[in-house]
Write a protein that binds this ligand. Sequence first.
Ligand code: BTN
Length: 262
Amino acid sequence: MSLQYTKWIGKQRYHFAEIDSTNKKAKELAATGATHGTLITADTQTAGVGRRGRSWSSENETGIYMSLILRPKLKPDKASMLTLVAALAVVKAVTELLKIEQSETTLQIKWPNDIVINGKKICGILTEMILNQNQMDAVVIGIGVNVANQSFPEELADIATSLYLETGVKLDREQLINRVWEQFELYYAVVMEKGDLRDCKVEYESFLANKDEKVKILDPIGAYTGIAKGITNTGELLVDTGTKIEQVASGEVSVRGIYGYV
Ligand code: BTN
């Protein structure tokens, strides 16, 4: 089941009807020499992993659960840029498949990498690095998309939604997988050529939730508020606090609009 529309992603592909976590599998395969562009997909995950140790609900044949192995020539501190690239690729693919005009939709990226629609999350991205003596050996980009879910467990219902619930359209999951990686290849090429996000920054910012609005930065060393202005060429969020422009790096920090999750 090699991907149709891509040049190099998913030409080597492992598909599982059920697996614990595609990210876990990708890391195992990367450690045993899997090549750049290897894709792992599953119909369901029994132990899907989210950011900050959370779990990722993975209803059977309802969402997309996939992980890509990359071997980029990048310093480890630049790997987070690839997460932003993945977010942009998902937004572009969904926008195109649903044929939604950006001006008419609320499909947005909640920096750095959650995709939200009408204020609720439809996609999460978990990027993990495999280092060898502090050098980048591989990066695994795990993407979960809520495609056709009709409902969510009570504890997620306030923040999670699916493309089907928001649009009434049941996208073909295989088609979406193909389109996401087709887009990713395009952005990845320009980012690797320039070494940063300069050529896709404007496009990323056009989808940025809370742009020019007040956000709260939940920094472990102290929360503060400011106006989200955009991103830097390397993907930090620019926040105008009134006295200075902070460059917020992803990682331990999370960002909220002042009204709830997004
Ligand atoms: C988040 O917390 O928002 C990130 C969620 C990432 C979930 C995806 S589903 C496919 C891949 N395999 C995993 O175990 N996690 C990622």
